[in-house]
Write a protein that binds this ligand. Sequence first.
Ligand SMILES: [Zn+2]
Length: 234
Amino acid sequence: MKHLRLMVAAAAATVIGSLFLAVPANAQDVAPVSAQELAPAAEDPWNGQIFLTFDDGPGGSYTDEILAVLEENDAKATFFQLGVNANRDPAGSRAVLAAGHALGNHTWNHPDLTTLTRARIDSQINKTQNLLESYGAEVNCFRPPYGATNTKVNNRIAAAGLQRQMWNVDTKDWTRPGVDAIVDVLLGATPGDVVLMHDGGGDRSQTVEALEIALPQLAAKGYKFGISPKCSPA
Ligand SMILES: [Zn+2]
């Protein structure tokens, strides 16, 4: 009996000993993880924000559905609208603005600006700019259709007082590659990324569905969704 008690005591001592040993080991494990969690935030000039962008709208019900998903996820984004669509659907532009998102200029009817004369480039930019501003938008940024640009185009963008906003993450959603393919690209985004999607120009149901899946997962990583700094109203 005494022997058993000794064995129990010894076992307890071993457990307690390992607990004490475990404390410094755990402390060592915890400290570097905390440092890793703090370091990116401290060094992240984007404050954890991913910049979602939607081109070619307003796109009717798809724009409405995207606005709903963004709201569900406390997300803000930038919509690069076409003048021709915004002119046809003023409510689509106004709904984006009313929800606190930014509008960007994406030309009147989506030409490759590198093929146009200086005067026609100016017309594409200014006609769209005037329309969006007539809806009450402060439009600070411009995205050339197809990303097609050159020195002449860049100069006309600057002459209009706009900042060019390209992208670095392309979901290729306009090709309708399947919801999973769009989700995969979205889940690879990290703070500072400018993500290209579309709310206009065709059936965007895959885009809507992919956002419904990906945004909560990105938010669970601690990421936020904001308006691109070049496009943010003052
Ligand atoms: Zn476009």
